[in-house]
Design a protein around this ligand. Structure first.
Ligand code: COA
Length: 315
């Protein structure tokens, strides 16, 4: 497949490090040096699904495609207002599409998981035009009294439209179960047959374990897709890395020995927006005119599970 349109949508509220330091024992210097984040967008009056719909419409308009021509919609999302129906159904109705759709929970790797699924759907010969939407609201998952976790995340949505093409050169997905390093349990309804205690606790994260996993997994995955596709890092024009921590990105940069210009960043503005992170970055570089036809792009993301994934594609 190839990507022919991108879009993104952000909440209007900008929350700076200074604003966080008014109710958390933290400061701009700590957050900036340890993470690279200066501010993030947080949902206040908006609804996540409306951001998802907005991003989807922008991507369709960028692709010059009518929603009726879509063959499939995949939405990457961890949590939203509805457990059921899937968010992809709400998006489908709002944009006027008639195709089938489903949600996938690939944590922060959702976009790359969705790309690989879209590619195999296309190869099956059944579907041609696929919309991927990533929409996340981690601000409703974290404990806002936990300074080591709440400062890292931001909300947002992004989308991409794909159609037939030979541009996805290689993908590499992986999962290794370390669920207790980064997780959140949610509250289930009472059942007279089930005496297990309920849980409604915020996101739990063991930051240093996640950091080590993320660095190793991303380096391994990037190496794997470059090797599979027969490219060296010198031949890659852009490395779009999940914007979780500037220090993780710097470690990856050192490994591939490529200059800063090849690593676009927006972590300072948005923090970690989970699966929306890579497609938000993609849309930014696309709209800024930084992508030329034929450019080679590597994307890499990692997250709760642990899961990770990378993809190499030609623009
Ligand atoms: N402001 C000020 N101090 C803070 C703080 C904050 N927001 N958060 C933690 N601290 C303190 C800790 O309490 C600790 O204090 P102590 O030494 O008195 O105990 C100190 O800073 C160092 O904490 P530590 O956890 O060792 O910091 P770190 O260098 O490992 O950075 C993370 C913490 C979370 C930024 C880092 O581990 C990380 O980014 N991990 C990956 C997280 C991630 O990407 N998650 C999502 C993956 S998809």
């Amino acid at each position: 497949m190839k990507i022919i349109g991108t879009g993104r949508s952000h909440p209007s509220l900008v929350v700076t490090n200074e604003m966080l330091s008014q109710f958390l024992d933290t400061n701009d210097e700590w957050i900036t040096t340890r993470t690279g984040i200066k501010e993030r967008r947080i949902i206040s009056s908006e609804n996540l699904v409306d951001l998802a719909i907005d991003a989807a419409k922008k991507a369709l308009s960028d692709a010059n495609m009518d929603a009726k021509d879509l063959d499939y919609i995949i939405c990457a999302n961890v949590v939203n207002e509805y457990i059921t129906p899937a968010m992809s159904c709400l998006i489908q109705g709002a944009i006027g599409a008639t195709c089938p759709c489903f949600d996938l929970n690939g944590a922060c790797v959702g976009f790359i998981y969705a790309l690989e699924i879209a590619e195999s759907f296309y190869r099956s010969g059944k579907y041609k035009n696929i919309l991927i939407v990533c929409a996340e609201e981690p601000s409703r998952m974290v404990d806002w009294h936990d300074r080591s976790c709440s400062v890292l995340f931001g909300d947002g949505a992004a989308a991409a439209v794909l159609t037939e093409g030979d541009n996805i050169k290689a993908t590499k997905m992986s999962a290794s179960c370390n669920w207790d390093r980064l997780y959140q349990k949610h509250e289930l309804q009472y059942s007279p047959y089930n005496s297990k205690p309920n849980s409604n606790l915020p996101l739990v994260m063991h930051g240093q374990d996640v950091f080590m996993f993320a660095t190793r997994a991303s380096i391994r995955d990037i190496n794997s897709v470059m090797k599979q596709a027969g490219y060296t890092s010198d031949q890659v024009d852009h490395f779009l890395i999940h914007q979780a921590n500037i220090r993780i990105i710097n470690n990856i940069k050192q490994f591939v020995k490529q200059p800063d210009e090849k690593f676009p960043l927006n972590i300072q503005k948005y923090g970690n927006t989970s699966s929306a992170s890579v497609p938000i970055l993609l849309d930014e570089v696309n709209k800024e005119g930084r992508l030329k036809r034929g450019d080679i792009i590597v994307m890499s993301a990692f997250g709760a599970g642990f899961v990770s994934g990378a993809c190499i594609l030609e623009w």
